[in-house]
Design a protein around this ligand. Structure first.
Ligand SMILES: Nc1nc2c(ncn2[C@@H]2O[C@H](COP(=O)(O)OP(=O)(O)OP(=O)(O)O)[C@@H](O)[C@H]2O)c(=O)[nH]1
Ligand SMILES: [Mg+2]
Length: 187
């Protein structure tokens, strides 16, 4: 007779709290604040120093929606050009995306079309939330410009600051809500 491993036995009796799980991806140019937004949301902290993401990273957060608990598997990707081939392999199976630009940088806004194309090519017609990050800095891209772009491409739009925490919780709650609706429609 084999002796049961008590640790495994105890773990296996505990049902996961979440009822649904979904993979989501965060993309956009390098330094726009993708990692900072996720870390602010998941850990509640902000680091002023820039540590570039190499390839991809992975975070998990459970979101309590009215009808379900959704486990978001948040894939934080590298915006630097040289990581493109690695990043593009991680779109498979994503059910939602956050597309980030830096409100204080025209260049990152100009690249949004490129990112939308990459999302639709590799992940299909998934919900996308457009985020103008760094709302605490001197504004180059106005709220109106961001909103116009979002409306033209049928994206949800908000401005946020990973530094102050402005709208960061709302961002991921909105994402969870939209992903949850997407799951209901497609699965
Ligand atoms: N003032 C301000 N700085 C921010 C904000 N968000 C991020 N930063 C800073 O911007 C720099 C880049 O942030 P990251 O989160 O590493 O950017 P990233 O988009 O993950 O960059 P890659 O991983 O290279 O693609 C860091 O120095 C952050 O501290 C913000 O809302 N306001
Ligand atoms: Mg990063």
């Amino acid at each position: 007779m084999t002796v049961p491993d008590t640790t495994t036995a105890r773990l296996s009796k505990e049902p996961p709290v979440y009822t649904h799980a979904a993979k989501v991806i965060v993309v956009g140019e390098a330094t726009v604040g993708k990692t900072s937004l996720i870390v602010r949301f998941v850990k509640g902290i902000f680091k002023p120093s820039y540590i570039l993401t190499i390839g991809v990273n992975f975070y998990v957060q459970d979101i309590y929606l009215p009808n379900r608990v959704l486990r978001l598997q948040i894939w934080d990707t590298a915006g630097q050009e040289r990581f493109g081939p690695i990043r593009r392999r991680y779109y498979f199976g994503t059910k939602g995306a956050v597309l980030v630009y830096d409100k204080s940088s025209e260049e990152t806004f100009q690249r949004l079309e490129y990112w939308l194309k990459e999302i639709s090519q590799h992940a299909g017609d998934i919900p996308v939330i457009l985020v103008g990050n760094k709302a605490d800095l001197k504004e180059i891209i106005s709220f109106e410009r961001g909103k116009q772009f979002a409306m033209a491409h049928r994206l949800t739009f908000l401005e946020a600051s990973a530094k102050t925490g402005h709208q960061t919780v709302r961002l991921f709650n909105l994402l969870a809500f939209q992903v949850s609706n997407y799951l209901s429609r497609h699965y």
